[in-house]
Design a protein around this ligand. Structure first.
Ligand code: UGA
Length: 439
């Protein structure tokens, strides 16, 4: 089999590489020539554990190609996947100009039956728009070439993307013809043979499934954040509550960890887009509006605790911040809670010195030298009035507390991810604030 993936962003690059890993011949196409040149040299534009060697291996095996020519790449393809960006419009709805642009281009060059698959997260009804754009091009070319559209949303998590792709909980595919279903079945045969569920359905349901999944996960997180804040007030420990409810299999023990709010390129954007779609259709999603509100509030929780501790005066305080990326194992800073916290600290006149295992460069690109960057986690602590933990990188979990107390001015930690044990903090005589637990 032979496929083309348009867009070498996160979803496109990971999907293309993983499809190649299953033995399919894949050409990844992008309009960004520098990106394509770099990829052809084996230089990967994103940080994703395990991706680089997999890209190189599949290039060497002659199964993975990078090109800037959509025309050449689709000439012998069975399917073409659209995996370009859908950034939020000013009003929160997804901007489809790139997706539709690719559909038009496919329409200009298509010369045999193809399945055109949307892989980017797109609003319900997008496959219909893709079909219309493609048909328009065929009409203006005055040719009658058969094609089908399909929806195959992606459920990858950054930092675990390769495993998520190759060992999925499920694959969702929306089709509207048996011919397209046959092509998609062939493409996903290795997954079917390994007993990973491949769920076929109609196209609108597949498109909706993606938004419903991310919105449900975001809802779990905001719910737990809200409960955690209440736990503090009533004297409960959210860790106990989490274990207590998570062992009910109907609730499940995943995605119920309170923290500094969800970030990244997916949850905030998808929640906003679904709120928007629902409003446009005259069926406002009240629950989801609250999920977003609670999340925005949660990003300030650590800052508020800090303000309360320092009696509202952070001027001149030196704050060490561990973890900049929106979650561990990625350098992604999009919608990262750290940015909100940093902004608030700086506006109060505090000084921030941050450490992140991989995201410092990306953070610097976003906010420049408004903060300083330490070369390791201990350097950030020198003369610090407090330590703020925003992202739960593994290396922060078992630090040397004895070394830390020698470096810091005060033994004071604000932990947005509940990574330390309350009793241990007491024994070590640290003042320790966390989320949803006693001080
Ligand atoms: C998310 C989904 O998990 C993927 O299934 C989906 O494919 C992807 O969006 C997407 O739409 O492309 P991702 O954004 O990479 O993946 O990150 P997650 O691991 O889901 O974390 C999202 C945010 O939730 C992070 O800020 C994380 O810190 C937060 N989170 C997660 C919590 O605060 N508590 C939890 O218990 C879990």
């Amino acid at each position: 089999m032979n496929i083309t993936i348009v867009g070498t962003g996160y979803v496109g690059l990971v999907s293309g590489t993983c499809f190649a890993e299953t033995g399919i011949t894949v050409t990844c196409v992008d309009v960004d020539q520098t990106k394509i040149d770099n990829l052809n040299k084996g230089i990967i534009p994103i940080y994703e554990p395990g991706l680089e060697p997999m890209v190189k291996r599949n290039m060497e095996k002659g199964r993975l190609f990078f090109s800037n020519s959509l025309k050449d790449s689709i000439s012998d393809a069975d399917a073409v996947f659209i995996a370009v960006g859908t950034p939020p419009d000013e009003d929160g709805s997804a901007d489809l100009q790139y997706v539709i642009g690719v559909a038009r281009e496919i329409g200009q060059y298509i010369d045999h039956y193809l399945v055109v698959v949307t892989k980017s997260t797109v609003p319900i009804g997008t496959a219909e728009k893709v079909k219309a754009a493609l048909k328009n091009e065929l009409t203006s070319r005055n040719v009658d070439i058969q094609f089908d559209v399909a929806s195959n949303p992606e459920f990858l998590k950054e930092g675990a993307a390769i495993d998520d792709f190759l060992k999925p909980d499920r694959v969702v595919i929306g089709t509207e013809s048996e011919r397209a279903q046959a092509v998609m079945t062939k493409l996903y045969k290795p997954f079917l043979m390994n007993n990973h569920p491949v769920i076929f359905m109609d196209i609108p349901s597949a498109e909706m499934t993606k938004y419903a999944a991310n919105s449900m996960l975001a809802t779990k997180i905001s719910f737990m954040n809200d409960i955690a804040n209440l736990c503090e007030i009533v004297g409960a420990d959210v860790n106990n509550v989490r274990r207590g409810i998570g062992s009910d299999s109907r609730i499940g023990n995943k995605f119920i960890y309170p923290g500094t709010g969800y970030g990244g390129s997916c949850f905030p954007k998808d929640v906003q887009a679904l709120i928007k779609t629902a409003e446009q259709k005259g069926h406002p999603l009240e629950i989801l509006k609250s999920v977003e509100l609670v999340n925005n509030r949660q990003k300030s929780v650590l800052y508020k605790k800090m303000m309360a501790h320092f009696d509202g005066d952070l001027k001149g305080k030196k704050i060490a911040l561990w973890g900049l990326s929106f979650k561990p194992n990625t350098d992604d800073m999009r919608e990262a809670p750290s940015l909100v916290i940093i902004n608030k600290l700086l506006s109060e006149g505090a000084e921030v010195i941050a450490y992140d295992p991989v995201a410092a460069k990306e953070c610097h690109r976003k906010i420049g030298d408004t903060i300083s960057y330490a070369k390791d986690q201990y350097e950030a602590l020198i003369d610090a009035d407090a330590l703020l933990i925003v992202t739960e990188w593994s290396e922060f979990r078992v630090p040397n507390f004895k070394v830390m107390e020698k470096l810091m001015k005060e033994k004071l930690i604000f932990d947005g991810r509940n990574i330390y044990d309350l009793d241990e903090m007491k024994d070590l005589n640290y003042t320790y604030y966390s989320i949803g637990r006693e001080v």
